[in-house]
Design a protein around this ligand. Sequence first.
Ligand code: PXL
Length: 265
Amino acid sequence: MNFAYTIAGSEATGGAGFQVDLKTFQQLGVYGMGTLTCIVSFDPKNGWAHRFVPVDPQVIRDQMEAALSSQDIDTVKIGMLGHPDTIAAVEEGLKSQPWKNVVLDPVLICKGQEPGAALDTDTALREKIVPLATVVTPNNFEAKTLAGMDELETVEDLAEAAERIAELGPKYVVVKGGIDFPGDDAVDVLWDGEGATVYRTPKIGQERVSGAGCTLAAAITAELAKGTEIAEAVQIAKDMVTEGIKARVAAHTPFDTVWQGAYTR
Ligand code: PXL
């Protein structure tokens, strides 16, 4: 059995976060484990705004102790952390043992949230967690923020952002162009320390779909847990996201959501 571990927030509708991570792990045939960092409950009475509650840092420490004592785990995905105290607890837990793969989805803000809401959290993430990651998967906005770049408009820009973020510590950086990247293709770039690999597939519509970023990072994590090498893991993850967007599930929320069950190998 291969094990994959997620440290992420709950998003109750099933469209993002912890719920997506476990669905993705299961779909790719790895045993999913997890620690909850926060609870997000969208508010349907208020435009589906984010209601955010951090989990007590001691409870995060307890969950990590339980999970990491129950199995020899070497592969972890980190999703939404959301608070400096959460980041401190997760940093401590990560440093309690060696890792082969630490995949960080550097969630700065969620769909529908205003940028710049929590600068101290963003700074703590950059200073404490990014240097511990072996793989980081920023979206367009996160890549601009972490790389200190104003625009990502060409494949060369994506590659430059990835290379700059690698200077913060991570061996591999996957920058996701996403819907904001100009043109008809969904373009992602993997920087591996020596060069850039470009992944390209036609965009499916022009609407944002919830859970694409979580699914991509979780799928990379699951594949790394199985021993797949990074460039192939990213391709499999992108294929899973593409299939999942094609098979997206409509909801009463503002965004459709990815269906992880559409992908089989
Ligand atoms: O998509 C980013 C994300 C990650 N994790 C949780 C979320 C969201 C966005 O809403 O709620 C828990």
